[in-house]
Design a protein around this ligand. Structure first.
Ligand code: HEC
Ligand code: HEC
Length: 359
């Protein structure tokens, strides 16, 4: 899609509105900020797959609004959302890592580490019933999106009522809010909605595995197919693959479990259980688990083969109170499984410019 630099127009606009910038020492020069936006908004509401195009939906099942998602994209990458303009959502959720972070614990606005491993953000539509965060404590996306902004480790805005005012003073949002809402007013409700719409538009459904289901010409290799059967036997009852969702051929059913990482969990999660992460793009979302303890997939598989510990909340799959039972997988099966897990990578979502930084 044709890209233009909207900065000139925005600069003009800000001059016209005679924007008065009182510059704090750590504030970037707002008029120097160049947003790289397409002339027509990107299509956040359409997913192109080898089975055809389909509309993407928001939490309430309405079709995603391209203009609102555009504002959401800017907010997602805007460091102004942190109290000292030091980090944005993308600092801990980077596109190349399928919107996860490459470190066990991310650094917040004051360089303090988060208590849990950052989660990847794709296909949030699917986890709307399970809830968001490792303990699923938030069940609606518009409630969830301000949690990191207010968090004292993450973005540090103790009082969120100041955020709309701060964002409303940034010249580059004005014409966009005007287009979406008919006036340039930035409110908390509108910000929540735009961020939510952008997050919901991040859908990954173009992995090799998806394509093998959508298109008879795309076939998994023999190794990958063996890996799929190892996966079906050992992993799929939790990291499920279902086809019962009207919007998709392939969806993860996400619930909660305890996989015996420790005898006593330091982090209690959700009554000793943790959200079962989707394995989409899993090769890009290292390190793994709620505390980022495993650096590689072979380390994760070693855990399931020999590292599972007794735990009062251990899943029945691993023996529950009678456990721990380890999963039996031969070295060959592990190699096939690793080959299969690679087929869950979707390079489109990690490279698509519509999800990239506009700054
Ligand atoms: C300092 C790092 C950091 C920043 C900044 C940050 N996040 Fe997160 N994010 C995390 C961590 C850590 C978790 C897991 C937290 C937990 O489970 O308690 C998480 C979880 C999430 C989830 C839950 C995903 C799921 O599948 O349940 C979403 C959605 C999310 N963040 C969106 C955002 C948005 C939107 C912003 C910006 C407004 C943001 N994050 C800013 C670190 C960060
Ligand atoms: C009983 C349910 C269950 C089974 C069976 C299971 N997992 Fe998991 N898996 C989980 C849960 C829960 C987590 C998160 C645990 C945590 O962080 O405390 C997880 C985490 C992971 C992660 C880390 C993902 C991330 O983003 O951090 C990978 C990779 C993984 N599992 C792969 C597998 C594979 C491969 C198999 C089969 C060999 C398997 N799992 C079997 C429940 C299960």
């Amino acid at each position: 899609m044709k890209q233009v630099l909207a900065s000139g127009t925005l600069f003009m606009l800000s001059v016209l509105l005679s924007f008065n910038c009182t510059k704090l020492p750590d504030q970037p020069d707002l008029n120097a900020i160049k947003l790289n936006l397409p002339l027509e908004p990107f299509e956040y509401n359409i997913l192109r797959t080898s089975a055809g195009n389909k509309y993407l939906r928001y939490e309430d099942s309405s079709i995603i609004d391209n203009n609102k998602a555009t504002i959401g994209r800017i907010l997602f990458y805007d460091k102004a959302l942190s109290i000292n303009n030091s980090i944005s959502c993308s600092s801990c959720h980077s596109q190349e890592n399928a919107f996860a972070d490459a470190v066990p614990f991310s650094k917040g606005f004051e360089g303090v580490s988060t208590l849990r491993n950052s989660m990847h953000i794709t296909n949030l539509f699917d986890s709307r019933k399970a809830g968001y965060f490792w303990d699923g404590r938030e069940s609606r996306i518009e409630e969830m999106v301000f949690a990191p902004i207010a968090n004292h480790i993450e973005m540090g805005f103790g009082q969120i009522e100041f955020i709309p005012e701060k964002i409303g003073n940034l010249p580059y949002y004005r014409s966009l809010f005007m287009t979406c809402y008919g006036d340039a007013q930035v409110t908390e409700k509108r910000m929540r909605e735009c961020l939510g719409q952008f997050l919901y538009s991040i859908v990954s459904e173009n992995s090799k595995f998806d394509k093998s289901l959508q298109n008879p010409l795309v076939k998994l290799s023999e190794e990958e197919r063996w890996g799929l059967s190892v996966f079906e036997r050992n992993c799929m009852s939790c990291h499920a693959i279902t086809d019962d969702n009207e919007f998709s051929l392939w969806r993860d059913t996400i619930t909660y479990a305890n996989i015996g990482l420790d005898v006593n969990d330091a982090d209690k999660g959700r009554n000793g259980l943790y959200k079962i992460p989707s394995l989409r793009n899993v090769s890009k979302t290292a390190p793994y688990m709620h505390d980022g303890r495993f650096k590689t997939l072979p380390e994760v598989l070693n855990h399931y083969r020999s590292g599972i510990k007794a735990n009062p909340n251990l899943s029945e799959h691993f023996g529950g109170k009678q456990g721990p039972w380890q999963l039996y997988m031969s070295d060959h099966e592990v190699d096939f499984l690793l080959a299969f897990l690679k087929t869950l990578d979707d390079d489109e979502v990690t490279k698509d410019p519509k999800f990239s930084s506009p700054f």
